[in-house]
Design a protein around this ligand. Sequence first.
Ligand SMILES: Cc1ncc(COP(=O)(O)O)c(C=O)c1O
Length: 369
Amino acid sequence: MNRPYNFSAGPAAIPEEVLQQAAAEMLDWHGSGMGVMEMSHRGKEFISIYENAEADLRELLGVPAHFKILFMQGGGIAENAIVPLNLSRAGVVDFVVTGSWSQKSAKEAAKYASESHIAATAKDSGYTTIPAPDSWQLSRGASYVHICSNETIHGVEFQELPDLKALGSDAPLVVDFSSHVASRSIDWSRVGLAFGGAQKNIGPAGLTIVIVREDLLGHALPACPSAFDYQIVADNDSMFNTPPTWGIYMAGLTFQWLKRQREGDLSGVAAMEARNIAKAKLFYDYVDQSSFYVNKVAANCRSRMNIPFFLRDESRNEAFLAGAKQAGLLQLKGHKSVGGMRASIYNAMPIAGVQALIAYMQDFEQRKA
Ligand SMILES: Cc1ncc(COP(=O)(O)O)c(C=O)c1O
């Protein structure tokens, strides 16, 4: 059976091999007589799943030894509070607002920081650009600077992480990488903390990944709940409370799948990045030459993962979506705040899925209104 191509922004498509392996292991994991959901998180079976997932993620993303990898719960929205609870030291925190997600983060941080300062915003462009880093009004002595490195709703992506030191700031950079983690390499020398929900590029909803430089641990505000205190979570190997065991297992299967991926001489995340560049180029090139569809994001900050696009004649939106569904192309409706369509083409989307979408779009354009 050929499954439809699923363009959901999240929870999103999971590689079929991963789903099949999980199905095969559902009732009896590796002869243990238990399914993963039924295992104690402190038993040797689950500990091995956890340790392999952590080690594979560290290897795939090239995470240096002086960063901790935490497996938490609560998603990106909870991290909008957990990060300032741990890192703000009740001081000023800076935000670069490039879309809905960084805007939400700035609003939430204001509850815990003395000031949530907007160092730059792309609001005037309708969030179709990223303000040049040398124009950011960074605060002196900020506790951290927050960016969302891929804005899932507006389809805007940093092609390079900012070098805060070069901008004259000693503050750690906090990165919400929810919707493009594991799709490209990360320069950890520029990062203090990165967080993201798993449900786009890594696995099912319920698991949140936090990767944090060790020197940033141990500064939580007194009101910070123990389960959200990064130091406590790290000291307990993410098992201060019961971790999201199923999510960690599924993420682990995805990491093994990622390690098996090859593009020419490349493997793992580098192979995915090459594939993601090719997929995104194919799609943007098609939309750009079309007089029927349009993408409004500036060329130098277009997301490789989430591509909002519009029919120039919006009265045909419903027909477009209905036809797409019939053609086996699912969940293309744009976010309600932006409208139009959105194609999310995460790691699990093969290039054949993008080709099928373009073929459908060409066909739809040919049809009579
Ligand atoms: C970039 C980004 N940050 C944060 C979130 C919020 O994540 P959650 O709903 O898991 O809390 C999302 C969800 O789509 C997102 O795309």
